[in-house]
Write a new protein. Structure first.
Length: 461
C-alpha cells in the first residue's frame, strides 16, 4: 500500500501570507511522486467578549440620580490583539433581551477603551473598565421593576465572532425612591377578649425607614388576622387600614397610633399582622419586608370568645432584650379551676448557656377555657442564679417564638414578684400584666445556692 507524507502547519504560522503545502507519495515498489500547492491562509482575528458586569455588593437598587458604581471586564478569546477604536456601553436591559437594542437605557459609555491583548495562555487577555467616581444614574431609568445591567461592545470590526459582544449582571431592582419601610415593633393596650360580634384593637406601631431617602408622602397600612400558622391576605380576617401621614426621615423611625377593626367572626386565638404601603405608593428598595410570612414574626395576639368552649394556647418563655444572665431552671404551666389544687405539668428543663436575646427557653401547651373567671397558673424557677431575667406570654398554640423587639428589656434588679414563692402566695396577674394579653417581665432572686420559685395566677376576664 502506498504511503503519503505531508507537511504540517500549526495555527500560529498562519499569518495571512501565501502558504505552500507539499506532499510526497511513495508506492510499494519504491517509486515516489511529489506535489505542492499554495493557498493564502486567513488572517488571525481577535474576539472580544464581555466576561462580566460587576456591581458593588451593596448595590441593592438603581435610582435616577444615585451614585453609579460598576465595572466591566472584557476578554479577548481570539488569536490577535483587539486594537483600540471600539466602544463599550453600559445599559439597563429594559427589554430583557440580553442585547443592547431599542428601548434599553444607556447608563454610561466608554468611547475609546485601550486595546485588549491576545495571550495564547489565556492569562493576560482581559481589560477592566470602571465607571468614574461621581457618575450617577441618568434620568430615564425605570422607576420600578427588576432588570439586568448589561454591557455591549460597539464599533468593533474584524472579529472572529460578533455574537458574543454583550454580557449582563445579576438582576437589580429599579426604584423611584430609595425608601425602605419596615415595622419593627407593635404593641396594644387591649386587655380583654373580643366578642363574636367583633370589636376594635388599639395599636401603637413603630415604623422604620431603613432607606436613604425620606418618607414624605402618606401611605397605607393594612391589618389582617389569622387563627392558624398560615399567612394569607386573601383568606384571613381583614381588619381594615390606617393612613400614615407622618414624615419618616432616612434611617429613622416614627411612632404611629392606629386601630384595627375586627369583624364578626368565630371563636379563636388570633395573630394580628400587617402590610405596609399596601397600595404601592412607594417603589421601595426592599418590598419583601413590608409584611410577614410567618406568624412567629408578629407582635399582637387576641382571643375572640363567645364565653364558652376553649382554644389551644401555650405559655411561651423567652429571654428578654439586653439580658446578660444565664437562666437555668424550668417552667410549669397549669390550666385548672383551682391553681393551688390543680396538677402542675413540667414543660422541660432548660439552661440559658450561650442563648442570645430572644432565645426561646421553652413553652407549655395549655387548653384555655373561654369561661369568664377561669383561672390559669404559671410557675418558673431557677437555681444557683445571680438573678435571671425572663419574660413569658400566653400565645396561640401555633406560635413557637416571637421577634426580639416584641420582648421587654431585661430587668437588672429584683422585680415586684419576689414573694410569690409558693402556690399559696402566687401573684395574681391582671389587666395589661395578664400574660393572655402581653409579655410579663420578671427576674428571679439572686440565690447562687439553692432554688428560687416564682408562682403566678391569671384569669380569663
Amino acid at each position: 500500500m502506498p504511503s503519503i507524507t505531508a507537511m504540517g502547519y500549526t495555527a500560529d504560522t498562519f499569518t495571512g501570507a501565501l502558504v505552500t503545502l507539499a506532499a510526497t507519495a511513495t508506492s510499494t515498489t519504491g517509486l515516489t511522486a511529489s506535489a505542492s500547492a499554495s493557498v493564502t491562509a486567513p488572517a488571525l482575528k481577535p474576539d472580544l467578549t464581555v466576561s462580566s458586569v460587576a456591581l458593588p455588593n451593596d448595590a441593592a437598587y438603581v435610582k435616577a440620580g444615585a451614585t453609579m458604581q460598576a465595572s466591566v471586564t472584557l476578554e479577548n478569546t481570539g488569536y490577535a490583539v483587539a486594537p483600540a477604536g471600539y466602544g463599550v456601553t453600559l445599559f439597563a436591559d429594559v427589554n430583557a433581551s440580553s442585547t443592547y437594542d431599542s428601548g434599553d437605557v444607556a447608563l454610561y459609555a466608554w468611547d475609546a477603551p485601550a486595546a485588549v491583548p491576545f495571550d495564547a495562555t489565556g492569562l493576560h487577555n482581559t481589560l477592566v473598565l470602571t465607571v468614574p467616581d461621581g457618575q450617577t444614574f441618568p434620568t430615564g431609568v425605570p422607576t420600578s421593576g427588576s432588570y439586568y445591567i448589561g454591557a455591549a461592545i460597539t464599533g468593533v470590526s474584524g472579529e472572529m465572532d460578533t455574537a458574543d459582544n454583550t454580557g449582563v449582571s445579576a438582576a437589580v431592582s429599579f426604584v423611584s425612591s430609595a425608601v425602605d419601610l419596615t415595622l419593627d415593633r407593635m404593641t396594644t393596650t387591649l386587655a380583654s377578649t373580643l366578642p363574636l360580634t367583633g370589636g376594635t384593637i388599639p395599636l401603637t406601631l413603630r415604623i422604620r425607614n431603613a432607606g436613604v431617602d425620606d418618607v414624605n408622602t402618606p401611605f397605607v397600612v393594612h391589618f389582617y388576622a389569622t387563627n392558624d400558622a398560615t399567612i394569607s391576605t386573601t383568606t384571613d380576617l381583614d381588619l381594615g387600614t390606617v393612613t400614615v401621614s407622618s414624615a419618616i426621615a432616612a434611617k429613622k423611625s416614627a411612632t404611629v397610633n392606629a386601630t384595627a377593626a375586627v369583624p364578626a367572626t368565630t371563636s379563636g386565638f388570633y395573630t394580628l399582622y400587617w402590610t405596609l404601603d399596601s397600595t404601592g405608593v412607594y417603589s421601595e428598595t426592599n418590598e419583601d419586608n413590608n409584611t410577614v410570612t410567618s406568624a412567629n414574626s408578629c407582635f399582637v395576639y387576641f382571643i375572640v370568645s363567645g364565653g364558652t368552649g376553649s382554644v389551644n394556647g401555650r405559655l411561651l418563655l423567652m429571654r428578654p432584650q439586653g439580658s446578660s444572665a444565664t437562666y437555668d431552671g424550668s417552667l410549669y404551666g397549669c390550666a385548672c379551676s383551682s391553681v393551688v389544687s390543680g396538677v402542675w405539668t413540667s414543660l422541660r428543663y432548660f439552661a440559658g448557656g450561650a442563648d442570645e436575646d430572644g432565645a426561646v427557653y421553652g413553652y407549655a401547651n395549655m387548653t384555655i377555657s373561654l369561661a369568664s373567671g377561669f383561672t390559669f397558673g404559671a410557675q418558673a424557677y431557677s437555681y444557683d442564679s445571680g438573678g435571671a431575667p425572663y419574660a413569658f406570654c400566653v400565645v396561640p398554640a401555633y406560635i413557637t417564638s416571637a421577634p426580639v423587639t416584641a420582648l421587654p428589656s431585661a430587668l437588672s434588679a429584683e422585680d415586684s414578684y419576689e414573694e410569690n414563692d409558693s402556690e399559696s402566695t402566687a401573684t395574681s396577674l391582671s389587666g395589661s400584666s395578664n400574660p393572655l394579653y402581653g409579655w410579663v417581665n420578671a427576674l428571679t432572686k439572686y440565690t447562687y445556692s439553692g432554688f428560687d420559685y416564682d408562682y403566678y395566677t391569671f384569669s380569663m376576664p
